[in-house]
Design a protein around this ligand. Structure first.
Ligand SMILES: Nc1ncnc2c1ncn2[C@@H]1O[C@H](COP(=O)(O)OP(=O)(O)O)[C@@H](O)[C@H]1O
Ligand SMILES: [Mg+2]
Length: 291
């Protein structure tokens, strides 16, 4: 899915990447770890075509991106790669819903299609009642989940995340990490995650250790025996809180009878347009949403 060959990159006289070779399979969840300044962000940006290497080739899903023009590259990135950054990078003047819609609109979706898909994704993340809020009105965990929804809106094959949980507390961190694995398990997306979080790195299929611009270790985590803690395939990804008011940041997973969120004063939710499937219906799977 991602093939990097002999990637080299310098900033002035500083050699940041010194010949990186890396091959990442479809559906793999790979973590990249290493000390600050090792070149992790630079590598991820090159992988995501946000920056160009001085030397070497980057092939994503069969496309040699080093051969694309700037315009072709922008299109390729929009359609194939989702980004999640440490500090969400949501646009402050737009609502959560609009932030999620933007990459779809840029990609040429109609306003209705973009809106519908953004609503589905926000519902899927347990954020329907936050859709009309601007980033400043959301908690850290909510902002990061909106950022994940935005990364997924164009159904990219690859999701790249640069310290996505770096600004979250431990409950939200766990929640976000679970979301990545659920998405991979159900949708087969490929994730490359730069992280300082050892517990996350330990859960990924593979951990690439970077130091001074070189891969010093590339370890595959041994396959675990069938794990009862893994969510059953038909379970909704995020269950709704009993009420929007006492929703814990990051949602809840232990309420066996999820109910639709309603505002505390009982007023009906604003009409956000048609949502074809109810995300709270236990028979709904992410595939039906995102397919
Ligand atoms: N645009 C840039 N211009 C100059 N130096 C940079 C630039 N981006 C990164 N660097 C330098 O490259 C090195 C690696 O940076 P980075 O890839 O951000 O490391 P990491 O993410 O592992 O902390 C650092 O020394 C950093 O200061
Ligand atoms: Mg970095």
């Amino acid at each position: 899915m991602i093939e990097l060959k002999n990637i080299r990159k310098s900033f002035g006289s500083l050699q940041v990447l010194k010949g990186i070779d890396l091959s990442i399979e479809r559906g793999e969840v790979v973590s990249i770890v290493g000390p600050s300044g090792a070149g992790k962000t630079t590598l991820l940006q090159i992988m995501g075509t946000l920056d160009a290497a001085d030397e070497g080739s980057v092939v994503i899903d069969g496309t040699d991106v080093t051969r694309l023009s700037t315009k072709q590259l922008a299109r390729f990135r929009n359609q194939n790669i989702g980004f999640v950054f440490q500090f969400h990078q949501l646009l402050p003047e737009f609502t959560a819903l609009e932030n999620v819609m933007i990459p779809a609109l840029i990609g040429g979706s109609s306003h209705n299609d973009a809106r519908q898909r953004a609503e589905e994704l926000l519902a899927f993340m347990g954020l329907t009642d936050r859709a009309t809020h601007k980033p400043a009105e959301l908690s850290g965990g909510e902002k990061q989940r909106v950022a994940v929804a935005r990364a997924l809106v164009n159904k990219p094959a690859v999701v790249l995340a640069d310290e996505p949980s770096g600004s979250l507390d431990s409950a939200n961190k766990t929640e976000l990490h679970r979301l990545f694995f659920d998405l991979r398990d159900r949708l087969g997306q490929t994730f490359v995650i730069v992280t300082h979080d050892e517990s996350l790195a330990a859960q990924t299929d593979r951990t690439i250790h970077l130091r001074d611009g070189q891969v010093i270790d590339d370890e595959t985590t041994p396959a675990e025996p069938a794990d009862a803690s893994k969510p059953a395939p038909a379970k909704p990804l995020m269950e709704a809180p009993a009420s929007a008011e006492d929703a814990p940041i990051g949602g809840t997973h232990n309420d066996p009878t999820p109910t639709a969120p309603t505002p505390a004063d009982g007023t009906p939710l604003p009409d956000v347009g048609p949502i074809r499937r109810n995300p709270l219906d236990p028979t709904t799977t992410p595939e039906t949403f995102l397919a």
